[in-house]
Design a protein around this ligand. Structure first.
Ligand SMILES: Nc1ncnc2c1ncn2[C@@H]1O[C@H](COP(=O)(O)OP(=O)(O)O)[C@@H](O)[C@H]1O
Ligand SMILES: Cc1cn([C@H]2C[C@H](O)[C@@H](COP(=O)(O)O)O2)c(=O)[nH]c1=O
Length: 224
């Protein structure tokens, strides 16, 4: 029986790596699949892992129909056994519903990968629908860590290292300090992301706040 599985974790938790490993193993087992992504950080239609792997993928746009993509290939006698769907947080609820239909009516396995929540700790539309519809939800095994050493559970957006809570929901960028700053953040400071534990996310304390405080404490005029 085909299934819809949602693999989720914070940014940088290994989702794209796992997506490419799943594809590799299924392909090696003689199955045929299609790879999809949406707004990959590289700016290209690829699934890219920070471990250096990258594989071309079909870019998911607002008009993309997963049903049509599978049916068109099957009409031309091409088998499709599974779909790998990266950056699934960016898919619409209707697209996720279509993925569920592809599983149930076409018997195609769908493996979806994405972050759950945005920089305001609100579920993305695609992730919400996946949580609601998936047969299984798997949390990535290797935890990312907050600067304090606790497991990171939240994706904070930073501008010049400071946590921000205003802005567009979608701003494609990397963990702060990795990769080029996105063009739309160029004139307002450098936009990046940082994974934090809930305690430090709620307190709005990023690694650079902690460093600044550390430096400030070292400069305190003890003895005065
Ligand atoms: N140089 C490295 N050596 C070992 N592991 C690395 C290295 N660079 C990245 N990684 C691993 O890759 C993970 C990020 O993988 P990636 O698939 O890009 O994440 P995601 O898609 O969830 O954002 C990191 O959490 C880390 O475990
Ligand atoms: C939290 C958050 C993230 N994004 C973007 C930033 C990255 O381009 C992707 C996540 O990529 P990853 O492979 O999981 O590292 O999502 C965003 O647009 N808005 C947000 O709030």
């Amino acid at each position: 029986m085909a299934e819809l599985v949602f693999f989720t974790g914070t940014m940088d938790s290994g989702k794209s790596t796992l997506a490419l490993q799943m594809d590799y193993n299924h392909r090696a087992g003689g199955r045929r699949g299609l790879l999809f992504t949406s707004r990959d950080r590289s700016g290209e239609a690829v699934i890219s892992s920070r471990l250096g792997l990258r594989t071309p993928a079909i870019e998911v746009a607002a008009a993309t129909s997963f049903w049509d993509e599978v049916v068109r290939r099957r009409t031309h006698a091409a088998e499709v056994d599974y779909l790998i769907c990266d950056e699934a947080q960016f898919y619409t609820a209707a697209q996720v519903e279509e993925l569920a239909r592809v599983v149930d009516e076409l018997e195609v396995d769908v493996y979806a990968f994405g972050i759950g929540t945005d920089f305001r700790a609100r579920l993305f539309e695609g992730s919400r629908r996946l949580v609601e519809l998936a047969d299984r939800i798997e949390t990535l095994q290797v935890p990312t860590l907050c600067w304090c050493g606790r497991r990171a559970t939240h994706n904070a957006r930073t501008v010049d290292g400071r946590l921000v809570l205003t802005g567009e929901q979608v701003v494609v960028a990397d963990i702060a300090g990795r990769g080029p700053a996105p063009a739309d953040g160029a004139d307002q400071g450098t936009v990046g992301y940082e994974t934090l534990c809930r305690r430090h996310y709620m307190a709005g304390r990023t690694a650079s706040d902690a460093n600044l405080l550390g430096e400030a404490e070292q400069l305190l005029p003890f003895g005065d």
